[in-house]
Design a protein around this ligand. Sequence first.
Ligand code: DC
Length: 228
Amino acid sequence: MKKIIIAIDGYSSSGKSTMARDLAKKIGYVYVDSGAMYRAVTLYALRHGIISESGIDTEALVNALPDIRISFEPAGADGIQHTLLNGEDVEREIRDMQVSSKVSSVAEIPEVRQRLTALQQEYGEHKGIVMDGRDIGTTVFPHAEMKVFVDASPEERARRRVRELEAKGEKVTYGEVLENIRHRDFLDTTRKESPLCKAADAVVLDNDRMTIAEQMQWLLDLYHKTAD
Ligand code: DC
């Protein structure tokens, strides 16, 4: 069986990170969460006052890029890969609301995208990788052997996100979560640089009415068809 690159793109809260991580584990591939990299850059900018009430100081962020080192620590006891920012484990912090509310604006900056794209491409040099994000099949690995575009309705994604947040003890309403998802979809699909869109050769996975187990079987079937 040949080693391939698997690109999984899709809307926020479509479940793509979980499925990408589980698939990588099942087939012994490296998993890279490209969204975590955009989140780590955002956290750095927040901590260094590059993002403030008045907005993002783009020039300062671009100048700081050489000082931002992002790496991943393999999954430990919790089964989750941890994101490191200049050697510090920031996995929890990059998921908080402050980072979530600013990351789309950071992800719009062309220099940030160029730097993270180059880093992501280095991870793929030896193949045997599953990477999820918004532009993996279109910009990062346009020649990936297997490309999946995950689609689910905003309503279903909002219901899942509410369940996730409630499980973490956060108080949210379905309406505000749905609104946030619609807003992020808008930003992701309309930004100038590498907007979220389906690669022409990507296969659509509409997981509105699929269980986790059904999704995994769907992915494994496609993987075997592609790599065998
Ligand atoms: O998948 P996520 O929600 O963790 O992604 C965080 C943000 O980063 C989201 O606003 C979209 C952006 N992103 C991107 O622009 N390109 C990627 N390849 C991955 C994420």
